[in-house]
Design a protein around this ligand. Structure first.
Ligand code: ATP
Ligand code: MN
Length: 465
């Protein structure tokens, strides 16, 4: 008999009175004096467990069913009936119970008592079996599906940009090097420097920090594209918002300016909020109750409320006029810190804010210079609690200005000859942004630490599993 998912059993009334088979892991078992065992079974398809009523008459009742402790895996067949007791709508009257694997109660680390999120990071192989991590995994999945639906529905092409690259999109360090050189016997050139000509790619290579530059190449041929892939940053920042390996979504639009970019970002975020509200209700209820009070209300508001749009200069004026005490003093030209971003989203506007037109000195070389010669057409989308969720810009499409910006940033234009070619042949205005996927999952679940919204987090000194 084919197995039915518990989510379908719980949502499809037509199955009542039918013979069904379910498979999953025991969450709890208790024995009644009347000669029954009640088992709460979870198969990961939804938040809720299914109740199984197992009568003592079954041949393997004594030998096996009474040995089923949390974590054991079983298949059960029987009739789906309306439940007698309170607390659940339906239950299975078990006719057979097949045990796949027992779990020893003394050894199973997530069996009984509550386990902290910190401890669960050390048990990342088992944590998907908990309520919280099951719900996170389903919401993560929904957000990924929603992303593809949103962009594909708007005729954006899903582009796979390389993971290994020789370019550094940000013009900054913080990259993981990719090499096959023997680290104990590094080849040297005449000046005594490491000779990367002998390395696998014949030059220094690293893991990508962004697919943007390659994304631009395809956008300037196919119109609109988006990437959705892993990104790597060797930043030694032990914060609750940074990972060494995270997933990023990067749309890029040809024939578009910063306003179009901000509009796309707002539409995309609203689509995601609406999508999880519609598709992940049960999981959201859990987070709303246990992790972040008011989460559902916040997502509901954000799904429709307009985002505030202000320039960087206006943001600085607001912060200066606020009278608030910041650790990092505010003045025009600073790179806004998380405390400033939080003030804007949580105190001043109580909602999402898109900040545009930042000083050119604090932004990347590829952002388009504004007519004031001081600012660039950049934007950050800030959300309450998580802060920056999106960074984007209109790209510099004028060859000469781009070369100047590169030189000012200490980047050799020759090494980006292909990027510059885009400005030599049929250059067009174009714009795009990057959204950190895990920050989005954090926002939609209310989970405090980013390490808990990716299955196997990679952070400094942590690469287990
Ligand atoms: P931050 O100031 O928070 O470090 P950033 O300015 O380095 O962010 P970008 O380079 O613009 O970020 O990257 C685009 C998006 O990717 C960010 O808006 C953020 O959502 C996400 N992001 C950046 N770095 C990380 C990281 N280390 N871990 C998880 N997400 C990240
Ligand atoms: Mn960063």
């Amino acid at each position: 008999m084919q197995r039915t998912l518990i989510k379908n059993i719980l949502s499809d009334n037509k199955l009542i009175g039918e013979q069904v088979r379910v498979c999953g892991w025991v969450r709890t078992r208790r024995d009644s004096k009347a000669g029954f065992s009640f088992i709460e079974l979870n198969d990961g398809s939804c938040f809720a467990n299914l109740q199984l009523v197992v009568p003592a008459q079954l041949a393997n009742y004594k030998s096996e069913v009474t040995q089923l402790f949390p974590g054991s895996s079983i298949a059960v067949e029987g009739e789906l009936v309306l439940s007698q007791g309170g607390g659940q709508s339906v239950e299975i009257q078990a006719e057979t119970v097949k045990v796949f694997g027992f779990a020893e109660p003394e050894k199973y680390p997530i069996g009984k008592q509550r386990v902290s999120f910190e401890r669960l990071r050390e048990l990342a192989h088992l944590r998907p079996r908990t309520n919280t991590f099951g719900a996170i995994a389903r919401i993560r999945h929904a957000l990924a599906m929603a992303t593809h639906q949103f962009f594909s529905g708007r005729d954006f092409l899903y582009l796979h940009t390389p993971i290994i690259t020789a370019s550094d999109c940000e013009g900054a360090g913080e990259m993981f090097q990719v090499t096959t050189l023997d680290q104990n016997r590094l080849p040297r050139d005449k000046q005594g420097k490491i000779d990367y000509k002998q390395d696998f790619f014949g030059r220094k290579a690293n893991l990508t920090v962004s697919g943007q530059l390659e994304g631009e190449l395809y956008a300037c041929a196919l119109g609109n594209i988006y990437t959705f892939g892993p990104t790597f940053r060797a930043e030694n920042s032990n914060t609750r918002r940074h990972l060494a390996e995270f997933w990023m979504i990067e749309p890029e639009m040809a024939f578009a300016d910063l306003d179009d970019d901000a509009q796309l970002a707002e539409d995309y975020l609203k689509y995601l909020f609406s999508y999880v509200l519609e598709h992940c209700r049960e999981d959201l209820e859990f987070f709303n109750q246990r992790i972040a009070k008011g989460l559902i209300e916040r997502l509901t508001t954000l799904a429709t409320a307009p985002f505030q749009r202000i320039t960087y200069t206006e943001a600085i004026e607001i912060l200066e006029a606020s009278g608030a005490m910041f650790d990092y003093p505010v003045k025009w030209g600073i790179d806004m810190q998380s405390e400033h971003e939080r003030y804007l989203t949580e105190q001043h506007f109580s909602g999402p804010v898109i900040v545009t037109d930042y000083p050119k000195e604090i932004k990347s070389f590829y952002m388009r210079l504004n007519d004031d010669n001081k600012t660039v057409a950049a934007m950050d989308v800030l959300l309450p609690e998580v802060g920056e969720i999106i960074g984007g810009s209109q790209r510099e499409d004028r060859l000469e200005l781009l070369e100047q910006r590169m030189q000012a940033a200490g980047i050799e234009p020759e090494s980006y000859w292909w990027y510059l070619d885009l400005r030599r042949f049929g250059s067009v205005p174009h714009a795009g942004f990057g959204l950190g996927f895990e920050r989005m999952v954090q926002f939609c679940t209310g989970m405090h630490n980013i390490r808990d919204v990716i299955p196997f987090p990679r952070t400094p000194n942590n690469v287990e599993f």
